[in-house]
Design a binder for this molecule. Structure first.
Ligand code: BGC
Length: 752
């Protein structure tokens, strides 16, 4: 696709090269480069162009490229026409500030931008729809270009280890395979537009508590089986052009100077050819950082100084960056950094610049943001991501012929809570709240009333007095009493669920449990809707709640999506990308969170999420992969073929076919999940692990054969002794079903 774009622009490319050559200011003693230099030839392979550029660059120019030139820009080399990489924060759309001014505390005046607020990562993961995630990535890539930027700082693929991580909403849940497939799709979409993604944060960034200083102690097996695979998939299956390291330490060493992570694993084991960018202000040294495999320190220049002056970031104890040209050059001259190392760093950045096309044709604000097509993708994501958790009594879908009035209630009903807080926050042109979505859907056919019920804890002090609370609650119950149906939307928002700090408690914010209970008591036809990025405690009201939906943070279209599900315009097909525990203490990591004395032991090892709940028989509130539908599906005819072991990783060893039939009266989608059970290996393994899935849309009565090809890796584990992926021959079981605890068909398979 990229080639097509470049091909069609060859005339303008030629003239651009001349402009570069003529306008180059030229470093002292350097002459302008001729227009036919090999690196300018768009027909040559990227490696050749990079090699040619490296030959032409001075040591000083190379050193300059290792640190940013501003808050969101890498350093350009004008003499050679090497552009700055202009970045934008993500991942769920383009962040609300653009350009070097994106840091609001710097002296530069910030540029506000309004873009499409796509659903949060967790909502996208709940769709299990990789084709849609790829379309989302493409849309975000288009918006990045429309704003004249080149790189989006996403996707976030860190695993949901503990329900309180402040950034769980950004990520793709608890399963490494699901997270990996969503990441691959997103990266393909972004890169297909010639935009550089940044798969973040490598690795083991699973809590915000003391994120600059905390040391995650994780064993090698958990790293390889749980915390690395999403990055590995993005690198190996999508050739991701960039990866961002993280703030914390892993096994004693900060990620930005962790040679094991950046070089041994990412670059050597995974074969990563892209560049590593540091998380903002996460570097602590010059030679050790460069030699560990860090390619680009961000930010740079005055914004780095401003960022480092903040109390939160002072831990780095550094005011203007560690990979500045002068510091890097001094280390090269002292023999602590080799020139070959510098070439490798710079070559990786150049590769992304060339592959994205910006070496040849800058992204000059072509295209538009928030187009109807982008809005539709945001809406599809929000709709497909909604999970129907309970529908006892089949209140849903609401029948417009029978429902004449609805009371829409709750601190998250009247306002659109589109996402969590922090660098991922997008400012949409407009966002649809649940109330607006429902009103728009029903028009004047159904009477809609509303009440806040309880103010969002900490948001508005005026609503936080006993009198105001009593008044709000009474208004809500009065509205519920008069309506045929009550819809109560509860949850968190971007000030209590955010980057930089963890969520305080799994309990809903103050007064929300009481609101649900009071409304349910008044009106038995109550639908409870959760609007958060992660699990909340439901034990206080769940038994008396017949109808429950989880809409996560659905982006700007969340309210429309909710209305579509409530009225059955769309069938709920979302499935939980994370186990919802009954209480925080049930979570496998609860005992080892947030750590002590700045050390957090990942003592649960590989037993994260359902791997723990299912293996250790701990009853969750709702299991991984779970989600109801308005129709029903039948699984049959499981066939397993090709029972031989092939040595090369990735080569299919077995084909699994299963027949899925829509046995209900409505069209709908089922997410068919394939788990592998290993009961014979020499090592302790989870009772099942997700190894494939597919979302299948079926009309009533329609059936389809779904086929999965499993490679050697689907049966392997990481052996801590052999230090490699290992497959113990023997009998495995293929389990196919609708959640990790709803296996519908299974069959043994002998791997020899
Ligand atoms: C976050 C990154 C983000 C970067 C730039 C950091 O604090 O951890 O995810 O991309 O800031 O805003």
């Amino acid at each position: 696709m990229r080639r097509g774009i470049l091909g069609s622009c060859s005339a303008s490319l030629a003239s651009l090269s001349i402009v570069f050559a003529l306008s180059a200011t030229g470093a002292p003693g350097q002459t302008a480069v001729s227009a036919d230099a090999p690196y300018k030839n768009t027909h040559l392979p990227v490696e050749q162009r990079v090699a040619d550029l490296l030959k032409r660059m001075t040591l000083e120019e190379k050193a300059t490229m290792l640190s940013g030139s501003g808050w969101m820009e890498s350093a350009p080399i004008a003499r050679l026409g090497i552009p700055a990489i202009k970045m934008a924060d993500g991942p769920m759309g383009v962040r609300s500030w653009a350009g070097s001014s994106a840091i609001t505390s710097s002296s530069a005046s910030p540029v506000r931008v309004e873009t499409t607020a796509f659903p949060s990562g967790i909502a996208m993961a709940a769709t299990w729809d990789t084709a849609l995630a790829q379309r989302e990535g493409r849309s975000i890539g288009q918006e990045v270009k429309a704003l004249g930027r080149d790189m989006i700082l996403g996707p976030t693929v860190n695993i949901n280890r503990v329900p309180l991580w402040g950034r769980n909403f950004e990520g793709y849940g608890e399963d490494p395979y699901l997270a990996g497939q969503m990441a691959v799709a997103y990266v393909r979409g972004v890169q297909g537009e010639g935009v550089i993604p940044s798969v973040k944060h490598f690795a083991v960034n699973n809590e915000e508590f003391e994120r600059h200083r905390v040391d995650a102690k994780v064993d090698d097996r958990a790293l390889h089986e749980i915390y690395f695979p999403a990055f590995k998939a993005a690198v190996q299956q999508a050739d991701a052009w960039a990866v961002m390291s993280c703030y914390n330490k892993v096994n004693g060493v900060h990620c930005a100077e962790n040679a094991y992570l950046l070089t041994d694993v990412l670059k050597k084991e995974f074969g990563f050819k892209g560049f590593v960018v540091s998380d903002w202000g996460s570097t602590y040294s010059t030679a050790p950082t460069v030699n560990a495999g860090m390619d680009l320190e961000m930010p740079g220049g005055p914004p780095m100084k401003a960022w480092m002056a903040r109390p939160q970031t002072q831990a780095a104890g550094n005011s203007d960056g560690w990979l500045t040209a002068d510091k890097v050059l001094a280390e090269v001259k002292a023999g602590h950094i080799s020139e070959a190392r510098l070439d490798d760093n710079v070559g990786r950045i150049l590769r992304a610049i060339i592959l994205s096309g910006i070496m040849d044709l800058p992204h000059t604000q072509l295209g538009d943001v928030d187009t109807p097509e982008q809005q539709k993708i945001a809406r599809d994501g929000a709709t497909e991501g909604i999970v129907l958790l309970k529908n006892d009594g089949s209140l849903l879908p609401l029948d417009p012929n029978k429902v004449h009035s609805i009371a829409v209630i709750g601190p998250n009903a009247l306002v659109a809570r589109t996402g969590g807080g922090g660098s991922s926050m997008v400012r949409p042109k407009s966002a649809v709240s649940p109330l607006d979505g429902i009103r728009k859907r029903v028009g004047s056919t159904i009477q809609v009333t509303s009440a806040i019920g309880v103010g969002m804890e900490g948001e508005n002090p005026a609503e936080d007095t006993p009198e105001a609370r009593a008044k709000d609650l009474k208004e809500a119950t009065d509205a519920a009493a008069k309506a045929d149906v009550a819809v109560v939307v509860v949850g968190r928002y971007n000030k209590n669920e955010s980057e930089s700090f963890d969520v305080k408690t799994m309990d809903l914010p103050a007064g929300q449990d009481e609101l649900i209970a009071a409304v349910e008591k008044t009106n038995p036809h109550t639908v409870v809707v959760l609007n958060t990025g992660d699990a909340v405690t439901m034990t206080k009201w769940l038994d008396s709640t017949p109808t429950l939906l989880d809409m996560w943070y659905g982006g700007q279209e969340g309210g429309n999506a909710l209305a579509a599900i409530l009225f059955g315009d769309a069938n709920p097909s979302g499935k939980l990308p994370v186990t919802l525990p009954k209480k925080f203490e049930d979570s496998p990591a609860a005992k080892n969170y947030p750590g002590e004395n700045l050390v957090v032991h990942y003592a649960e090892g590989i037993y994260v999420g359902y791997r723990y709940f299912d293996t250790k028989n701990v009853e969750p509130q709702f299991p991984f992969g779970f989600g109801l539908n308005y129709t029903t599906f039948e699984y049959s005819g499981l066939k397993v073929q090709g029972r031989m072991m092939i040595k090369e990783p990735g080569t299919p060893v077995t084909l699994v076919t299963v027949e899925i039939r829509n046995t209900g009266k409505r069209a709908g989608a089922e997410v068919v999940q394939l788990y592998v059970h290993d009961g014979h290996s020499k090592i302790d393994r989870p009772v099942r692990e997700l190894k494939a899935f597919e979302r299948v849309e079926l009309a009533p009565g329609e059936s389809r054969a779904v086929q999965f090809a499993l490679g050697r890796d689907a049966f392997s584990y990481w052996s801590p002794t052999a230090k490699q992926w290992t497959l113990d021959p023997g009998t495995f079981e293929i389990q196919v079903g609708s959640s990790s605890r709803d296996i519908r068909v299974k069959a043994p398979i002998e791997i020899k």
